[in-house]
Design a protein around this ligand. Sequence first.
Ligand SMILES: [Zn+2]
Length: 271
Amino acid sequence: MPELPEVETTRCGIAPHIENNIITKVIVRNRNLRWPIPTGLNSKLNQQKILSVTRRAKYLLINTNIGSLIIHLGMSGSLRILQGNEVVEKHDHFELQFKDGLCLRLRDPRRFGCVLWTKDDPQQHKLLLNLGPEPLDKAFNAELLFEKSRKRKTTIKQFIMDAKIVVGVGNIYASESLFLAAIKPTRLAGKITKQNANDLTAAIKKILKQAIKQGGTTLKDFRSSDGKPGYFQQKLKVYDRKNEPCTQCKKLIKQVTLGQRSTFYCSYCQK
Ligand SMILES: [Zn+2]
């Protein structure tokens, strides 16, 4: 599943090609994504210029003078910049064609992604309105994490994966951040100390920055926006390393399931 770093990588990959470019055609080959792609996009967007490509959580926002497309890649979506006449494949459901002959093409085999339209400020869209802060913004800090965690009886791992607390901490990054902060993922959120909140906030920022820098971590299905497969596998310290030795203490990494998600940790290094 594309995580926040992949989405940011995608944004950086597509933006230089489509910002200030003029849309000449919108093609919808299969409307049936997670929610139906709205009708009438071609007549709306024909001859519109793309002003910017921004991101909020895992949503990409393609902004024009008359409104914004809100795109989510779901479980298996990818966006690529291609020549407009490139052969269309089975799962290429949506594309924007541009005046200079390029196109932005969405492929989504599992169709859990979405392409939506709003004529208003996309930050006010119901999907985005109640999201927590961006992990790399100053608004996400130790004080906030500590205050919000008080009296919470959920595990700390599920807590940091809650998009109302902070967006973009996916399953891989949650395990890795908790290892870096030396906090056991099964601890209750309400039991972490101020020091833990400091360490964990710093760890989340560090891990996500690293992943963005490396172009995103992924396990399958991701293709970078220029069409090459996304093989930037980050060096993971605990995730998917069950029964392998901890990089710090050599004890074997354990796996538990929290909220139906696989969770990996070192029972010696993480308390
Ligand atoms: Zn260890």
